[in-house]
Write a protein that binds this ligand. Structure first.
Ligand SMILES: Nc1nc2c(ncn2[C@@H]2O[C@H](COP(=O)(O)OP(=O)(O)OP(=O)(O)O)[C@@H](O)[C@H]2O)c(=O)[nH]1
Length: 754
């Protein structure tokens, strides 16, 4: 028999069968009875006692249950096998456990073990333990029914030893009570027997001297024979029922329900299964442990249920919308709290923090997406401020500085940072638990959501942009100041003049020029750095960079100048050789010491070449010209100088010849030669011949060929003429100019130049 229906009452079911196996009946009844709606407002009464002692009969009368009752016509055999569960028909808060009678013939030798297990099971679950005993058994120490008390006492100590076992109400139901023995006397007898039994059972050290009352409250009811004294029997049962149905006026709870935490009604099937499994396996039963196990199971189930429900909202979020997130979190946590309030507090708290963390994790992707979007928008906003407010090139900066000489860099950067961080800061404020007052967070993490790697990357992008703007601005500042220093050095061609001088003091002068230029801008840099709020070491670094860049400008100028050094050398020579102190070209005249002037000019040019051998501004000096380059430049210079020297010599010779003819010769020639001139003018032949001859002489003079022709005419031979021609050609190519002069003069000049 697995299901018995009660007319007008509740169905019952066998939750543990005769073989000691749990069935699905408890689960079925829980669903049928809707135990999930009861919370913990219920109580359980279990009835223990000898087989066929009228237990089921009493339960049915008391609670309106349909437990099977033995039919005496078929002999006194076991009716209730295993454990049955019913429910009070008129007070559904009472669940009734009908336990297979002890001392049954059917179980034979195993009955002791069975009794112990069912007693322990009943004690673990029930608020009230009803011990059904024949009146005649009391006072007889060897009465079989007293054995059940011994078992109940010893297993209850076991439960107590494991902790947190509430005090139980032991309700003695004395059956077939007759009026012969006064109730008080009978009660004393029962108490004496109970005391003896209590004394006789072994107890752990912790409870060695514990009084019986520590574990049990006792109550008694005396029922007369149910048939012989039917009305009286019914009256006592009614009284007893009323006692069971009574409720605490203050709390509204059933008055006979055990105090303390209880398992939620919906978990009773699982709890009962767990307990029976532990008992059956002969393991130590610890109710706190069992409740903890149950709490773990139930909290886990509630957690998953709430997570699924909230997940359907949180997982579908396309953006970080606070309203639905707050609603989903609040709903899930509140529901969890409501559904787990009856469970082991430690487990509930632990599981709740898991639920909270998992709910937050479900919302985290939308938070992160929002963070990334806001970071990107912030970066763009910051960039816009920087582009608008920061001078992007030296010219723009110079224009800004041209005002009062200052630029509010710190202000601009603060403005850019504020624009960049505004949206993210707003979002980060939402990660504070206090921004979610409607969500019942318990010890919330701070912040609720953290930026993950992608979010952090997005956030650091702003720092990168700001740092980049800072670096760029410093670059613009340095560019501006370097340009200013360069302009200072190039003012009125000062730099070029110094380089052009090529003197031994040139490097010192250049150094002074560089220092003066640097000094002019260093002060500005100090001011700008202070305005930027730069640290001392940063400002110092910028000063070093500024100096290095000014040095580089100067170094470049020197190197560029070296590229045109051959021309400069020649100019230096010319300055000393061809021009006088008044910077006018020298017109050589007899008596001028060309040689001395040549030597001085040559020394100046070669000295300049030496001065440009290495860059003396560098520390240590760096070579500007290799030895080979210097030698080549010197050779080229010498070549050039020779030509200049020859030109000067020729010029001097020409001047000497002109100055050698006395001034009176020309008028004399005019008077003495008047007749010849008339003859030529009047004779066409002589006129043509004279013109051709004059033209030829003019030609030879123009092309410096008078020397060779003279050599040939004077009979010095073709070799001398060729020598004179070659000498002429060589001096022409070297000096780049032409001039009259004999081969002997050329040869002499060449020897002097060398
Ligand atoms: N003398 C006496 N007999 C009773 C009383 N109540 C019930 N009986 C009878 O005792 C027999 C056993 O009754 P049950 O109610 O089946 O007893 P039980 O203890 O539930 O039996 P098991 O379920 O087999 O353990 C039946 O024949 C009942 O009529 C009572 O108060 N006094």
């Amino acid at each position: 028999m697995s299901d018995v229906s009660s007319e007008g009452g509740f169905a019952i079911g066998q939750i543990i069968d005769h073989a000691g196996e749990t069935t699905d009946e408890f689960e079925r009844l829980a669903n049928e009875w809707k135990l999930n709606e009861m919370g913990d407002e219920y109580a359980i009464v279990a009835v223990l006692g000898c087989q066929s002692s009228g237990k089921s009969t009493l339960l049915n009368m008391l609670y309106g249950t349909p437990f099977a009752v033995m039919d005496a016509r078929f002999g006194r055999s076991q009716t209730t096998q295993g454990l049955w569960l019913g429910r009070d028909a008129s007070e559904p808060a009472w669940l009734v456990l009908d336990v297979e009678g002890n001392d049954s013939r059917e179980r034979g030798e195993d009955h002791t073990a069975w009794e112990r297990k069912t007693a322990l099971f009943s004690l673990a679950l029930a608020d009230v333990l009803m011990v059904n005993m024949w009146c005649t058994d009391f006072g007889r120490w060897d009465a079989a029914n007293l054995g059940i008390l011994k078992t109940v006492f010893s297993v209850n100590i076991q439960l107590f030893a494991s902790g947190e076992a509430p005090k139980k109400l032991l309700y003695f139901v004395v059956r077939d009570y007759d009026e012969d023995t006064p109730k008080d006397s009978l009660r004393n007898i029962i108490c004496t027997d109970v005391g003896k039994i209590w004394e006789s059972i072994p107890k752990p050290d912790a409870f060695a001297n514990a009084a019986f009352e520590t574990f049990f409250d006792l109550a008694f009811v005396y029922l007369p024979h149910y048939k012989h004294c039917k009305d009286q029997f019914r009256a006592e049962v009614d009284t007893l029922r009323a006692e069971f149905h009574a409720r605490n006026e203050e709390t509204g709870a059933l008055a006979l329900a055990a105090p303390g935490p209880r398992v939620a009604a919906i978990d009773l099937p699982r709890y009962a299964d767990q307990i029976w499994a532990t008992i059956k396996a002969n393991k130590d039963l610890s109710l706190p442990s069992e409740r903890e196990m149950l709490a773990i199971y139930r909290c886990d189930a509630v957690l998953n249920e709430q997570l699924d429900e909230a997940g359907s909202v949180l997982d579908g979020l396309e953006s970080f919308a606070t309203e639905p997130i707050a609603a989903a979190l609040a709903r899930a946590l509140s529901a969890y709290d409501a559904e787990t309030k009856l469970y082991h507090s430690g487990v509930v708290a632990e599981s709740r923090s898991k639920l909270q963390a998992q709910l937050l994790a479900r919302a985290a992707p939308s938070f992160e997406a929002e963070l990334v979007a806001r970071s990107a928008a912030g970066v763009a906003a910051a960039q816009a401020v920087l582009d608008k407010e920061l001078p992007g090139n030296p010219r723009a900066l110079a224009e800004v500085l041209a005002g009062d000489g200052t630029f509010d860099f710190v202000g601009v950067m603060a403005q850019a940072r504020a624009a960049g961080e505004g949206g993210v800061a707003e979002l980060e404020a939402l990660a504070d638990a206090e921004a979610w007052p409607s969500v019942p967070f318990e010890a919330p993490p701070s912040p609720l959501w953290r930026a993950s790697r992608a979010g952090e990357q997005a956030a650091t992008e702003l720092s990168r942009v700001l740092d980049g703007a800072h670096t760029k601005f410093v670059g613009v500042v340095l560019d501006t100041l370097v340009a200013e220093a360069t302009a200072h050095m190039e003012q009125e061609g000062e730099l070029h003049v110094l380089l052009r001088s090529g003197s031994a003091e040139m490097w010192d002068s250049l150094r002074e020029l560089r220092n003066a230029a640097l000094e002019a801008v260093q002060g500005k840099l100090v001011e700008i750095a202070a305005g930027m709020g730069a640290s001392g070491s940063a400002a110092e670094g910028w000063q070093v960079q500024l100096a290095a860049r000014v040095d580089a400008v100067l170094g470049n100028a020197v190197e560029e100048f070296v590229k045109v050094l051959p021309l400069a050398l020649r100019q230096t020579f010319d300055d000393h050789f061809k021009f006088g102190p008044d910077r006018l070209p020298i017109r050589w005249k007899p008596g001028d010491d060309i040689d001395a002037r040549y030597r001085e000019a040559r020394a100046a040019a070669l000295g300049m070449l030496d001065n440009f051998a290495s860059n003396e501004l560098a520390d240590p000096p760096t070579p500007l010209l290799s030895n080979l380059a210097r030698r080549q430049l010197a050779a080229q210079l010498e070549n050039d100088l020779r030509g200049a020297y020859l030109d000067a010599q020729q010029q001097l010779e020409a001047v000497s010849i002109r100055s050698a003819i006395p001034p009176w010769v020309l008028p004399l020639l005019l008077v003495l030669g008047f007749n010849e001139m008339w003859m030529i003018l009047t004779s066409p032949l002589l006129l043509v011949t004279t013109l051709l001859g004059g033209g030829l002489v003019a030609f030879l003079y123009a092309f410096n060929m008078l020397g060779p022709v003279k050599a040939m005419v004077l009979g010095e031979g073709p070799a001398s003429a060729v020598d004179a021609m070659m000498s002429l050609l060589s001096s022409s190519s070297g000096a780049g100019s032409s001039g009259a002069g004999s081969s002997a003069t050329v040869g002499k000049a060449k020897a002097k130049a060398d």
